[in-house]
Ligand binder design. Structure first.
Ligand code: C2E
Ligand code: MG
Ligand code: MG
Ligand code: MG
Length: 292
């Protein structure tokens, strides 16, 4: 009796686990063919300079157009791809497409736009990374100073000496390095002086809590002054309310990115915005209301 019940419970639990595991397994299997089937695409989220309102660059964010499941978030499939060398191939594709795209956008807009590309751990520590990047830069003729690579604290602290070595090589090529999700890792201040960096991207979670609360303001203010002291530019990520924007302005934050300015856009939409020069954001009350 007891066994029956036990087994019953187990079976229900097991079925759930199974379907989840099966789903992940299926995704992982499909992932292997997604590149050749051309199911990946890049969206681009603009970053603007708060003082001028002008777009300074865009972050490339990968999407997977799954034949059955629709758009799959990178938060779901990047970790799966990370389990094998698949991430290295996907990462190379992202670099190629993103660099080619920014060259095209620089040409049609006449703006000195930077492209930001996210790197994952396995891709960052892969011995072919530097060669891949120089190859992509050669092919696309992108001036390296307009390429910014985003890594996270988690990636950096896996192997600080190696990270240091790789970053030095990249920076030596003229490429910019950003610390993504800044403030969410554990040894934030420890590596800051050891790694060659150009940009800190304040994690969204700090911006989400950014209200007129004195303590929250002080934390952002501290990161901004850290950035100034270390000669790093600072980007605030995940800005999605006018209040947050105003506060960041009052704190003299240089660059912002977030849904309030623009969500990540498919190529055609980003292109028409760039062509219309409508990315010259004017932060009037009117515009902000329209964005919302
Ligand atoms: P991330 O690099 O920190 O990218 C920012 C994420 O926050 C993006 O999610 C973006 O859509 C979202 N976001 C931007 N503004 C706002 C806002 O105002 N409010 C809210 N709630 N969210 C906002 P996404 O595109 O889903 O990407 C998630 C993560 O996936 C990225 O975080 C990055 O770590 C990873 N990822 C994306 N593309 C790539 C890629 O090409 N390669 C690698 N290795 N990782 C990628
Ligand atoms: Mg990023
Ligand atoms: Mg981030
Ligand atoms: Mg993130």
């Amino acid at each position: 009796q007891c066994k029956e019940q036990g087994r019953g419970i187990f079976q229900v639990y097991d079925a759930d686990m199974n379907s989840e595991a099966t789903e992940l397994f299926a995704l992982q299997n499909n992932l292997r063919h997604a590149l050749e089937r051309q199911e990946f695409m890049l969206f681009y989220q603009p970053q603007i300079n708060l003082q001028s309102g002008e777009i300074t660059g865009l972050e490339a964010l990968i999407r997977w157009q799954h034949p059955e499941q629709g758009l799959v978030s990178p938060a779901t499939f990047i970790p799966l791809a990370e389990e094998s060398d698949l991430i290295v191939q996907i990462g190379k594709w992202v670099l190629e497409v993103a660099c080619q795209q920014i060259v095209e956008w620089q040409r049609i807009s006449g703006l000195p736009l930077t492209i930001s590309v996210n790197l994952s751990a396995r891709q960052f520590y892969d011995p072919t990374l530097v060669e891949t990047i120089s190859q992509v830069l050669r092919q696309t003729q992108l001036d390296p100073k307009y390429l910014e690579l985003e890594i996270t604290e988690t990636i950096a602290i896996k192997n600080i000496p190696l990270a240091q070595q790789v970053l030095k090589q990249l920076q030596g090529m003229g490429i910019k390095i950003a610390m993504d999700d800044f403030g969410t890792g554990f040894s934030s201040l420890n590596y800051l002086t050891q790694l060659p960096l150009d940009t800190l991207k304040i994690d969204q979670s700090f911006i989400k809590r950014l209200t007129s609360d004195a303590k929250e303001l002080e934390v952002i203010n501290a990161v901004l002054s850290l950035g100034r002291g270390l000669h790093l530019s600072v980007v605030a990520e995940g800005v999605d309310t006018p209040e947050q924007l105003e506060l960041l302005k009052s704190l003299k934050c240089e660059t912002v990115q977030g849904f309030l300015i623009s969500p990540p856009l498919p190529v055609l939409e980003a292109t028409s915005k760039l062509q219309a020069k409508s990315l010259q954001y004017q932060m009037s009350e009117q515009d902000i209301k329209q964005t919302l």
